[in-house]
Design a protein around this ligand. Structure first.
Ligand code: SF4
Length: 139
C-alpha cells in the first residue's frame, strides 16, 4: 500500500456544499482522497465526485491560462489574465451599448462558492443592468 509523503487539507472543488478532505500526495501527485472528520460539513463522508474525481488535477491538457484567438478562424493561444479580462469587459460593454443590457446573460456554477455566485449576480444586476442570471443547477 502506498503511504502518503504529505497530506494536504482542502475543500472539495466540485460543489458548494464545501466538504472537507485530505489530499494524499506521493512525488507531488495525488494518489488518494479521504474525507476529514474534524468538521460539521461532511463528518468524513464524500460523494463519488469528491472521493474519486481528482484525475483532472494532473491532466496534461488542463488549461493553465486564458485562451484567446484573433478571429473566428484563428487558433486559440494562451493569453494573460489582464488581456483576457480587458477584452471580455470591452466586448460586454460593446454588446450592451448596441443591443441593451438584456441581450447579455450570466450563467453561474455549482462549482463556485456562494460568495462567487453572489458576485456574479452583482455583476449582472449592478454593473451590466440585467436580471438575466441563472445557475447550472437549473439547466
Ligand atoms: S464531496 Fe460531493 S457533496 Fe461534498 S463538496 Fe464534493 S461534490 Fe459536493
Amino acid at each position: 500500500m502506498l503511504t502518503a509523503e504529505r497530506t494536504v487539507p482542502t475543500t472539495c472543488p466540485y460543489c458548494g456544499v464545501g466538504c472537507q478532505m485530505d489530499l494524499h500526495l506521493q512525488d507531488g501527485y495525488i494518489f488518494r482522497v479521504s474525507g476529514r472528520f474534524d468538521n460539521q460539513v461532511n463528518y468524513g463522508n464524500l460523494c463519488v465526485k469528491g472521493r474519486f474525481g481528482y484525475d483532472f488535477v494532473h491532466a496534461p491538457d488542463r488549461l493553465g491560462a486564458p485562451m484567446m484567438r484573433a478571429s473566428r478562424d484563428a487558433a486559440f493561444l494562451p493569453a494573460g489574465w489582464d488581456e483576457a479580462l480587458d477584452h471580455t469587459a470591452q466586448r460586454l460593454e460593446a454588446v450592451r451599448q448596441e443591443f441593451g443590457p438584456d441581450s447579455i446573460a450570466f450563467l453561474a456554477s455549482a462549482k463556485c462558492t456562494n460568495e462567487e455566485n453572489y458576485l456574479i449576480q452583482k455583476l449582472a444586476r449592478g454593473i451590466v443592468g440585467t436580471n438575466n442570471v441563472d445557475h447550472c443547477a437549473r439547466l
